[in-house]
Design a protein around this ligand. Structure first.
Ligand SMILES: Nc1ncnc2c1ncn2[C@@H]1O[C@H](COP(=O)(O)OP(=O)(O)OP(=O)(O)O)[C@@H](O)[C@H]1O
Ligand SMILES: [Mg+2]
Length: 151
């Protein structure tokens, strides 16, 4: 196993972070092992750190713009030499048809990453090979992060 495999399996076991910086470090280290053309689904309550994680991925991929919450415009597109990142906040979507209507697939330049907050709103549109991140806050203090890959 190399370092990246180690990082992925550590995340699959679940990791605890005590501040946002630690969450960012985990994301930063993981970024290069996320395959091209990958959907990432971020599950977790308000303020649990979904955007924080995605912002650090963007930095690691050389995206200069600071990733901010796209809640009011649903999604934002970022581009670097490394990756076309589309950050979708599905919170205000009600069903998969709403997602299909956005025609996001038309904007995905290979190699791309589609990072989705609140994926449960558009469950039927999440591909089976998506990577799922489950974020929680334990005992009102520790943030916990776990990766699940179904394929
Ligand atoms: N261990 C931690 N990991 C991540 N964020 C943390 C941690 N500890 C504190 N924070 C703080 O919690 C907040 C997380 O906000 P963030 O916008 O990333 O959440 P979110 O899950 O995207 O929320 P929303 O559903 O509203 O979009 C940030 O202010 C961050 O600094
Ligand atoms: Mg967010």
């Amino acid at each position: 196993m190399n370092d990246l495999d180690d990082q992925i399996s550590a995340l699959e076991q679940g990791q605890t972070t005590i501040n946002a910086k630690q969450t960012e470090q985990i994301a930063y280290a993981l970024a290069s092992s996320i395959p091209a053309n990958q959907v990432l689904a971020f599950h977790g309550e308000l303020g649990v750190g979904k955007t924080t994680f995605i912002r650090a991925l963007a930095k690691a991929w050389g995206i200069k713009e600071n990733v901010t919450s796209p809640t009011y415009n649903l999604y934002k597109i970022y581009q670097s030499n490394d990756r076309c990142l589309i950050h979708l906040d599905a919170y205000r979507l009600e069903k998969s048809a709403d997602f299909e209507n956005l025609m996001i697939n038309d904007f995905l330049n290979d190699p791309w990453c589609l990072a989705i907050e609140w994926p449960e709103k558009i469950e039927d549109s999440i591909p089976s090979d998506a990577w799922h991140f489950y974020l929680t806050i334990e005992e009102n203090t520790f943030h916990h992060l776990r990766l699940a890959r179904l394929q």
